[in-house]
Design a protein around this ligand. Structure first.
Ligand SMILES: [Fe+2]
Length: 439
C-alpha cells in the first residue's frame, strides 16, 4: 500500500509540468507564403494556439538543410466569437533570396517545427513570363477545384496563386475554427507558392478581422489594398467591400480611391509603364456580370462601377478611374461562375476589330472567375447573354494566366467538372498600353 501511495505522489509531481502546456498548441500549422512586394524577399505566415517564438530555418534546394535562419514576430489574434479564441499569428520575412532559386524551409521554434516545405523566390526584372492560377470563392466545404490545384502546384505549374476574395465560408464561423480548417486545407498549395489575396464579402465579420490577421500582403493596409510587380506586370489588389460595409467607415472608400489614383499615376509614369506595361487589377465583386441573382454587378448602376450617390459625400466608382489610367485587365470573382467579357467601357463594347476583338482592344477586358467551389454551389445566368458577354460557364473550375511578354497575355479556363478540360481561351494582344491604346 505504502509503495502504491509513493508511486502516485511521484506520478502526479513528475507529470504535472509536462501536461500544463498542451503540446498541440505549440505546433505550427496553416503555413503559407506570400510575396512582400520587395524583390528578393518572401514572407512566411503560420499559426499556433499558444505563444511561441517565430523562426524560419531554410536553405537553397539541394544544399545543406537549414543553413540560414530568420526570426520574425508573433501577434495575438483574438477572434470576435463568443469563445474569444486566441490565435498566435507568426510572420517571418526572408530577405536576400536569389531570384528564381528554390528554397527548402520549415518554420516554428524549438517548441515545434512544421513539415519541410519549399518555394521558389520570385524572379527579378520584367523579361520573363510569370504563370498564375486564379480564382475566387473557394470554401472549406465543397472545395472542388482544390485537388487539381494541389497537383498542378506540386508539378510546378504556377509562380503565384491569386485568390480573389471569399474564403472558407466563413473564416469566422465556429469561433474561427472554419478559418483554421480552411487555412490547413490550402497549406497544400499556399505553403509552396506565394498566395496573394483580396477580401470578399464572406470575410466581413468583425471588420474583416480573420482576413486581416491571417494574410500578409504587401503595404500597410492589413492586406485590404496593395500593389506589387511581377515580370512585365503591375498588379493591384483592392477591396470592393468598402462600398458595401459602410459601418466599418465610409472614409475607407475615399482612402482607397486616393491610394488607387496615386498608385495608377506612379505605374503610368513612362519609365515605369515601359518596364511593366501590363496593369492588372484584382478585386472581389465585379462591375459587370450576367448572373440572375440581383448582385451589384447585375445592376446598371453598380456601386463598384459608378460609386454611390446615397453617401455624403458621394462616393466615386472605379470604372472611369481604371479607364483613364489604361488598366489592361480586370479580374473579379463573387459570382460562382466564369464569364469573359468583350473589351467594355460604359456598357459599350470596344473590340480591337471584328475578326480580332482582343488584339489592340480599345477598353479594359474583364474576367469573372468565382467558381472554384464552395458550399453555396453554383450561381445561375440570365438566359440571354448581354452584348458585352463573350463566354460564360457554370462549371466548377479556375483560371490559368501567363503573361508572355510586353505584348501578349494568355488566359484559359479549366473546368473541374469536365476533368480539367480547357473550356475557354483568350489571347490578349496589346502593341500599346495606357490610354493611347483606347484611341
Ligand atoms: Fe462574394
Amino acid at each position: 500500500m505504502g509503495c502504491l501511495w509513493m508511486f502516485w505522489v511521484f506520478f502526479c509531481f513528475a507529470a504535472a509540468p509536462v501536461l500544463s502546456v498542451p503540446p498541440v498548441g505549440l505546433q505550427p500549422e496553416q503555413v503559407h507564403v506570400s510575396y512582400t512586394g520587395v524583390p528578393q524577399s518572401m514572407i512566411i505566415t503560420w499559426t499556433t494556439f499558444n505563444k511561441t517564438e517565430s523562426w524560419v530555418e531554410y536553405g537553397v534546394w539541394g544544399g545543406k538543410l537549414f543553413q540560414l535562419t530568420a526570426q520574425g514576430s508573433c501577434t495575438l489574434f483574438k477572434d470576435g466569437g463568443d469563445e474569444g479564441r486566441k490565435l498566435y499569428m507568426h510572420r517571418v520575412t526572408l530577405t536576400h533570396l536569389k531570384p528564381g532559386t528554390a528554397y527548402v524551409y520549415h518554420c516554428g521554434s524549438n517548441d515545434g517545427w512544421s513539415d519541410i516545405l519549399f518555394f521558389t523566390a520570385i524572379k527579378e526584372g520584367s523579361e520573363w513570363s510569370p504563370k498564375f492560377a486564379l480564382f475566387g470563392d473557394l470554401g472549406n466545404d465543397n472545395p472542388q477545384s482544390l485537388a487539381r490545384l494541389q497537383k498542378e502546384t506540386q508539378l510546378g505549374m504556377y509562380d503565384v496563386i491569386l485568390h480573389i476574395g471569399d474564403f472558407a465560408y466563413d473564416m469566422d464561423e465556429d469561433n474561427a475554427r472554419i478559418g483554421d480548417e480552411f487555412m490547413r486545407q490550402i497549406q497544400s498549395i499556399a505553403a509552396y507558392v506565394p498566395y496573394m489575396t483580396s477580401p470578399g464579402n464572406h470575410e466581413n465579420a468583425y471588420n474583416f478581422s480573420n482576413y486581416r490577421n491571417r494574410f500578409s500582403m504587401p503595404g500597410d493596409t492589413e492586406s485590404l489594398w496593395y500593389s506589387w510587380n511581377i515580370g512585365p506586370a503591375h498588379i493591384i489588389s483592392f477591396s470592393t467591400e468598402v462600398y458595401f460595409y459602410l459601418e466599418y467607415g465610409l472614409d475607407l472608400i475615399f482612402k482607397q480611391y486616393s491610394w488607387l489614383e496615386k498608385d495608377l499615376e506612379e505605374a503610368n509614369k513612362p519609365e515605369n509603364r515601359r518596364v511593366r506595361p501590363w496593369i492588372i487589377t484584382m478585386a472581389h465583386r465585379p462591375m459587370y456580370c450576367s448572373n440572375d441573382d440581383k448582385d451589384d454587378c447585375t445592376k446598371f448602376e453598380s456601386y463598384v462601377r459608378v460609386g454611390r450617390n446615397d453617401t455624403m459625400p458621394v462616393a466615386p466608382g472605379l470604372e472611369k478611374l481604371f479607364y483613364d489610367y489604361g488598366v489592361d485587365l480586370e479580374l473579379w470573382a463573387h459570382e460562382h461562375t466564369y464569364e469573359r467579357l468583350w473589351p467594355v467601357y460604359g456598357f459599350q463594347v470596344f473590340n480591337g476589330s471584328m475578326e480580332h476583338p482582343y488584339v489592340n482592344p480599345r477598353a479594359p477586358v474583364h474576367i469573372i472567375t468565382g467558381s472554384a467551389g464552395c458550399r453555396e454551389k453554383h450561381d445561375g445566368f440570365i438566359p440571354a447573354p448581354r452584348d458585352w458577354s463573350a463566354f460564360r460557364s457554370t462549371d466548377y473550375g479556375y483560371t490559368r494566366m501567363q503573361i508572355l511578354n510586353s505584348t501578349h497575355l494568355y488566359l484559359e479556363q479549366v473546368s473541374d467538372d469536365q476533368n480539367g478540360r480547357v473550356i475557354d481561351i483568350m489571347w490578349l494582344v496589346k502593341e500599346q498600353h495606357g490610354t493611347a491604346a483606347w484611341k
